[in-house]
Design a protein around this ligand. Structure first.
Ligand code: C5P
Length: 417
């Protein structure tokens, strides 16, 4: 990767001492690093340390260097902004767009990708205000790394610990690389995400535990790589990504209609949503009463259409279909075989297989997947944050699109060569 101009914002949390490791890793990787600490951060780490490690002068005061318009110059020059640690206070300021210090101004003046590593006590992280601010930032395309679960500053432990510097740096550079790549520019990508809900009555539904995180990460990553993205969002538990055309649906039939419409002329359709295989045969007009059954209650269900198979078996010339298979199978080989059979049955070009269970898969920030191709071969294995897994899946897609383009026009130079 060519050297980047990276701004590292450090805010006033105890984890600020670990931010020195972030700065050092970026410098050692050859990047030009400019540290912008808040006043609070400078109570934890001294400016001389930051200047020595970053090998650049460190500015924190909004009213210094006014002649060189420093409050916007730093942000305008940045290729990437990393804020580590990001305190609850800074997260709130970023979400509202406050610019009462040099870091706030730098962020607002920049179009560079923003990656933040939250660090705070568990209660502060879980507070609805913080969660709403995180959702806002996520919906604006900010990459959130962590927080990790573990020992906090006091005797307590839980989610809130800043991710380790190497994890933050890897995620930040990956994000910058995706923004710089733009290898999906001019492509139209449709992604389904979340889980469908099938109503039983006005207040109840049959649903599943899919949070939509992996699908949203794919939509975000495709957007960052230059695609025009339509996201068919089924009951997301995470914020909607920025810059995507979002169509909200709830049931499998609604999802079918939305995706069939959006898929026309699309280059890629990624079916990451967990779609209900069955729906209640009838929806009660009023709330089903406790005594509706005779001690128990039997629900009659009817099959939903298999949307992916419908797309896969209809002519879809030039549209690459990527399906998902979430399986509880514990044996790796058998899991893979299920994926192979499912890809074939649905007529998808690729099938992304992952294991799910009571504690695996759903709502987690990390994922481990295997991508099966048309020949049944494993074309990729990915493990990491759902964002990095998203990029690995899109790498497969991009290379397939390039191969198809090269086959269609062998005289053109194509990037995959
Ligand atoms: O058959 P299974 O539900 O495991 O298949 C998962 C894949 O098929 C996912 O890509 C999912 O979005 C899609 N699917 C579908 N319509 C259904 C069920 C699943 O398109 N009714």
């Amino acid at each position: 990767m060519s050297p980047l101009n990276v701004v590292v914002g450090i805010t006033g949390g105890i984890a600020a001492y670990k931010a020195v490791g972030v700065v050092r890793a970026l410098v050692l990787a050859g990047h030009d690093v400019h540290v912008v600490p808040t006043e609070g951060a400078l109570r934890f780490v001294g400016r001389p340390t930051l200047e020595a490690i970053s090998r650049n002068p460190v500015h924190a005061d909004l009213y210094e260097g006014v002649a060189e318009v420093r409050h916007v110059a730093i942000g305008q020059a940045a290729d990437l902004i990393v804020i580590a640690p990001a305190t609850a206070n800074t997260i709130a300021k970023l979400a509202t767009g406050l610019a009462d210090d040099l870091l706030g101004n730098t962020v607002l003046a920049s179009e560079a990708p923003l990656v933040i590593a939250p660090a705070m006590h568990t209660e502060m992280w879980r507070h609805p205000a913080t969660q709403a601010n995180i959702a806002t930032l996520r919906s604006r395309g900010v990459t959130i790394v962590g927080p990790a679960v573990g020992q906090l500053t006091g005797a307590d432990s839980g989610p809130g610990r800043m991710e380790e510097p190497d994890v933050i740096v890897a995620a930040a550079l990956e994000r910058a690389a995706a923004s710089a790549r733009h290898d999906l520019a001019g492509r139209r990508v449709v992604v389904t995400a979340g889980g469908t809900r099938e109503p039983l009555d006005p207040v109840r539904f049959l649903g599943n535990r899919s949070s939509g995180k992996q699908g949203v990460a794919i939509a975000e990553a495709a957007r960052a790589r230059g695609a025009a993205v339509t996201l068919i969002a089924a009951n997301l538990e995470v914020g909607e990504p920025a810059g995507c055309d979002v169509r909200r649906v709830s049931t499998a039939l609604e999802l079918q209609q939305a995706v069939t419409e959006a898929a026309r002329g699309a280059d890629v359709v990624v079916m990451a949503a967990a779609v209900a295989d069955y729906r209640p045969a009838g929806v009660s007009e009023s709330k089903i009463k406790k005594d509706a059954g005779d001690g128990g209650l039997t629900l009659e269900l009817v099959r939903n259409p298999d949307i992916l198979a419908g797309l896969g078996h209809a002519p879809h010339d030039g549209t690459l279909l990527v399906g998902f298979a979430a399986e509880t199978e514990s044996d790796d080989e058998r899991l893979l075989d299920l994926g192979r059979a499912k890809r074939e049955a649905k007529g998808a070009d690729f099938l992304v297989v992952n294991r799910v269970g009571w504690t695996e898969g759903f709502a987690a920030d990390e994922n481990r997947v295997v991508v099966v191709g048309r020949s049944g071969d494993v074309v990729a294995r990915a493990h990491g944050t759902k964002m990095s897994v998203a990029d690995d899946i899109l790498d497969v897609v991009v290379s397939e699109l390039a191969t198809a383009a090269a086959a269609a026009d062998p005289t053109e130079e194509h990037e995959s060569r």
